[in-house]
Design a binder for this molecule. Structure first.
Ligand SMILES: Cc1ncc(COP(=O)(O)O)c(C=O)c1O
Length: 447
C-alpha cells in the first residue's frame, strides 16, 4: 500500500487496521450511496502539511499570522466551487455536512423559529429537523413526508403545512430518495410563505455538476453539500448562496460566513480545503460529466435487474444514484438487518434503511439503500451491474427464511443465531470469493 511508509514503522498497530480496511475496500463491492473512492491527488492534499496550520477567519481577514498561502488555497477552492455550481458566494470551511446545515439555521433563524424538512423515516436527514438532532431540539420542526405508495414527496401535505405553520426555513434534499429533487415546486411553496429555501444536495452534488441531476441554483436561496459523496472529494462540506438568495437577503453571504466562524467553528481544516479544491478541479473535467451520467445509468440497470428478479423497489426504480429496496415481501417487517448482514458476508456493503410507511423501526428497518457512485468510480458499467444484481439476489435468497421476532426480548438470541449461521453459509462464502476475484480486477483510485 502506498503512502504509509513512515506510519508502518512508527505505529504498526494502526497500520495493521488501515491495511485491513484497504483490503476490504478493494476486495468488496462498496454500495453505500454516500461513499466513494477519492483520487490519489485528493488523498495527497488531505495528507499534506497544511494540517499544521491555524487560519481562523477568512482569506485576508485572519486571526493568525502566516496565512498568505492558505489565503490563496481557500480563494481557489471558493472560485472553483462558484464556477461549477453557478453561485454567488461559497463558504468551504464547514467541517462536514451536519455542521454546514446547522450553520444555515444559525444564519437565518432564531432559536424556537419554525422550520420544515423531510421526515427522517421518509428519507430526510437528521439535520433537517429530526427530533433527536439539535435542529429538532432548538427549532420548532415540522416534518413533511412522502406518499407511501410511490415514495414521492407529498405536495398536498407539504403545501398545507407550509401555509399553516409559515416556516422561516424549508429544506429540500434527502438522504434516501430515488427521484430528482423537485426544486421548482419547493421554491414556489417557500415563496408563498416567505421562507428561505435551503437545498441540501449532499448526495447529488456530483450529479448536478455532471448534468445528471437538475441544479437548485435558480430555485434555492442557500445550497449545502458534503464534498465526499458523489462529488468524490475529502470529508467536508460547503455552503453556497445563490443569486436568488442575495436578492432575498443581501446580507446572506455575511450571515452564512459569520455562522460558520465564529458562530460554530474555530480554525478551518486547511488540508481539507486544499483537497476540496483538488476535487473541484477534477469535477470540472469532461470525464467527470461522463462519470456522473454513468452513475445514474448503473443505478437504473441495477433497478431493472432487481425488478426482473422479483424484488420490490420504492418508486419502481430510480432517477439518481441510489435504489431503495422494500424487503417486506421477502423478510416481512424489519428485514433490512438480515439483508445488510448477509450481503456484507458476501462482500457487498450496503446499508439498511427505512422505507416509506416503515412498518418496523429505524434501527430494524424494512429496506436497504444501494448506491452506484463508488462502483462507478472503479469503472463498473451496465454489464458489471448485471453481475452485481445477480450476486445480490443470490445472497438475499440464501437467508430468506429469517423473520425479525416482533417480541423485542426474543430478538437478541435470534439475531445471534442468525449471525452464526450466516458466517457458515456456504452459498454466501462462495459469492464472497467470486466477488473478491471480480472486484480485485477493478482498481480503487486510492491504491
Ligand atoms: C442529505 C445529507 N445532508 C447532510 C449529511 C451530513 O453529512 P455528514 O455526515 O458529513 O455530517 C448527510 C450525510 O449522510 C446527508 O445525506
Amino acid at each position: 500500500m502506498n503512502g504509509i511508509k513512515n506510519l508502518s514503522k512508527t505505529d504498526p498497530e494502526i497500520t495493521y487496521w488501515i491495511k485491513k480496511e484497504a483490503k476490504r475496500q478493494k476486495e468488496g463491492l462498496e454500495m453505500i450511496p454516500s461513499e466513494n473512492y477519492v483520487s490519489p491527488a485528493v488523498l495527497e492534499a488531505m495528507g499534506s502539511i497544511l494540517t499544521n496550520k491555524y487560519s481562523e477567519g477568512y482569506p485576508h481577514k485572519r486571526y493568525y499570522g502566516g496565512n498568505d498561502n492558505i489565503d490563496e488555497i481557500e480563494t481557489i477552492a471558493q472560485k472553483r466551487a462558484k464556477k461549477l455550481f453557478k453561485v454567488e458566494h461559497v463558504n468551504v470551511q464547514p467541517y462536514s455536512g451536519s455542521p454546514a446545515n446547522l450553520a444555515v439555521y444559525l444564519a437565518v433563524c432564531q432559536p424556537g423559529d419554525t422550520i420544515m424538512g423531510l421526515d427522517l423515516t421518509h428519507g430526510g436527514h437528521l439535520t433537517h429537523g429530526w427530533k433527536v438532532s439539535a435542529t429538532g431540539i432548538f427549532y420548532k420542526s415540522i416534518q413533511y413526508h412522502v406518499v407511501n405508495s410511490d415514495g414521492k414527496i407529498d405536495f398536498v401535505e407539504l403545501r398545507k403545512l407550509a401555509r399553516n405553520y409559515k416556516p422561516k426555513l424549508i429544506w429540500v434534499g434527502a438522504t434516501a430518495y430515488v427521484y430528482q429533487f423537485p426544486f421548482k415546486e419547493l421554491s414556489d411553496i417557500a415563496a408563498e410563505c416567505g421562507a428561505y429555501l435551503a437545498a441540501d444536495i449532499a448526495h447529488v452534488a456530483g450529479l448536478v455538476i455532471a448534468g445528471a441531476h437538475p441544479s437548485p441554483a435558480k430555485y434555492a436561496h442557500i445550497i449545502t453539500t458534503t464534498t465526499h459523496k458523489t462529488l468524490r472529494g475529502p470529508r467536508g462540506a460547503m455552503i453556497m448562496v445563490t443569486k436568488k438568495g442575495i436578492v432575498k437577503d443581501a446580507e446572506l453571504p455575511d450571515k452564512i460566513d459569520r455562522s460558520i466562524f465564529p458562530g460554530l467553528q474555530g480554525g478551518p481544516h486547511d488540508h481539507t480545503t486544499a483537497a476540496i479544491a483538488v476535487a473541484l478541479k477534477e469535477a470540472s473535467r469532461v470525464s467527470f460529466k461522463k462519470y456522473g451520467k454513468q452513475i445514474v445509468k448503473n443505478a437504473k440497470m441495477l433497478a431493472k435487474e432487481l425488478i426482473r428478479y422479483g424484488f420490490k423497489l420504492v418508486g419502481n426504480g430510480t432517477e439518481n444514484h441510489m435504489n431503495l429496496l422494500d424487503l417486506t415481501p421477502f423478510f416481512g417487517p424489519g428485514g433490512g438487518f438480515f439483508a445488510q448482514y448477509a450481503l456484507e458476508t458476501a462482500g457487498i456493503t450496503v446499508n439498511k434503511n427505512t422505507i416509506p410507511g416503515e412498518p418496523s423501526s429505524p434501527f430494524y428497518p424494512s429496506g436497504i439503500r444501494i448506491g452506484t457512485p463508488a462502483l462507478t468510480t472503479r469503472g463498473f458499467k451496465e454489464k458489471e451491474m448485471k453481475k452485481v444484481a445477480f450476486w445480490m439476489k443470490e445472497a438475499l435468497e440464501a437467508v430468506k427464511e429469517y423473520k425479525l421476532p416482533q417480541n423485542k426480548e426474543d430478538r437478541k438470541a435470534y439475531l445471534d443465531k442468525f449471525k452464526k449461521k450466516v458466517h457458515a453459509n456456504k452459498k454466501l462464502l462462495k459469492i464472497k470469493n467470486e466477488v473478491k476475484k471480480f472486484a480485485s480486477k477493478y482498481p480503487i483510485f486510492a491504491g
